[in-house]
Design a protein around this ligand. Structure first.
Ligand code: IPM
Ligand code: MG
Length: 364
């Protein structure tokens, strides 16, 4: 088959990690008889530098006309680039929010998996991590606080800032369905996270999620307050299967989830919507401090490419091959700096990409 893939390298380490993911996709194409036609476009700071805005209409159009989008990372060092002296809607992150909204990608899937080979990197005590954990954060991505009206103005002589958090029942229902659908393919447990003891939006969330749950009698639904969830994630992450939550809580909890795995450089993500067109990106940021030094871990982006094969193209066997190749390279002891421990072989971004390509060839 032939697939149109929009590549958005972005900023910082983005171009390096996207370069390796592209090589991996080309290798999969050669080995399994598919053609990936890549179109590379700018977004974030790179787009600001070239066109004065973080997401151009052309970039969005290219993305809309493709089968899937693979993104590196956007943004830079707040203190060091001029991007952050621009108004908020012109900064790199606005490009990311804009493309998610523009492609109507309301479901963000962020797996948090403790790799056996990397258990040593987990910052939790052995007695907590020894059984491992494997859960996903299903984050609502195009509503809530990040997309509500906001302004800053003087009220009664005081500068006052307002952000609004709005959810309607349809927005809640569609993400809840995704959460339950995912749980059905996993260990059949949904933990819906909210702040229903304070927020109206959370009370509606809880009500709608309970309604959706009726269509999934096999799935156990548990409600958890977000502050408790933040605590439970470090106390016993193995209790979770699917964490279903709104935009801001999901943003915060998914960072915490990735940290407890000890290897944020390993975690992919998928942003999905009503159609097969999805956007795939590593869960980590643009790491400007190590950009251009061949130090970044390309695995999260490579696994994101695997998620793209799985969710947008239904290429299960090929996606499995990417996951297996990553595992094999880790088993052989190769590590980038972020996951390095004594006795292992330290490699750079490019070498890690090559090793994974070789492993894919070896699996065939
Ligand atoms: C993320 C990031 C973005 C978000 C920022 C950069 C806008 O933190 O993907 O989690 O909040 O969604
Ligand atoms: Mg975030």
């Amino acid at each position: 088959m032939e697939y149109k893939v929009t590549l958005i390298p972005g900023d910082g380490i983005g171009p390096e990690i996207i370069g390796e993911a592209k090589k991996v996709l080309e290798t999969v194409g050669e080995q399994y008889g598919h053609v990936f036609n890549f179109t590379e476009v700018l977004m974030g700071g790179a787009s600001i530098d070239a066109y004065g805005e973080p997401l151009t209409a052309e970039t969005l159009e290219t993305a809309k006309n493709s089968d899937a989008v693979l993104l590196g990372a956007v943004g830079g060092d707040v203190g060091k680039t001029s991007w952050y002296s621009l108004p908020p809607e012109k900064r790199p992150e606005a490009g990311l929010l804009g493309i998610r909204k523009g492609l109507e990608l309301f479901a963000n899937v962020r797996p948090a998996l403790l790799f056996d080979e990397l258990k040593g990197a987990c910052p939790l005590k052995d007695e907590i991590s020894k059984g491992g954990f494997d859960f996903v954060v299903m984050r609502e991505l195009t509503g809530g606080l990040y997309f509500g009206d906001r302004y800053t103005k003087e009220v009664n002589g005081l500068m006052t800032a307002v952000d609004t958090l709005t959810y309607n029942e349809d927005e809640i229902r569609r993400i809840a369905k995704w959460g339950f659908e995912f749980a059905m393919k996993r260990r059949k447990k949904v933990t819906s996270v909210d702040k229903a003891n304070v927020l109206d939006s959370s009370r509606l969330w809880r009500k709608v999620v309970a309604e959706v749950a009726k269509d999934y009698p096999e799935v156990t639904l548990e409600n958890m307050l977000v502050d408790n969830c933040a605590m439970q994630l470090v106390k016993d992450p193995s209790q979770f299967d699917v964490i279903l939550t709104e935009n801001m809580f999901g943003d915060i909890l998914s960072d915490e989830a990735s940290m407890v795995t000890g290897s944020i450089g390993m975690l992919p993500s998928a942003s999905l919507g009503k159609t097969k067109l999805g956007l795939y990106e590593p869960s980590h940021g643009s790491a400007p401090d190590i950009a251009g030094q061949d130090k970044a871990n390309p695995i999260a982006t490579i696994l994101s490419a695997g998620m793209m094969l799985r969710y947008s193209f239904d290429l299960t066997k090929e996606a499995d091959a990417i996951d297996a190749a990553v595992k094999k390279v880790l088993e052989s002891g190769y590590r980038t700096g972020d996951i390095y421990s004594e006795g292992k072989t330290l490699v750079g971004t490019k070498k890690m990409g090559e090793l994974i390509c070789d492993a894919i060839k070896g699996l065939k």
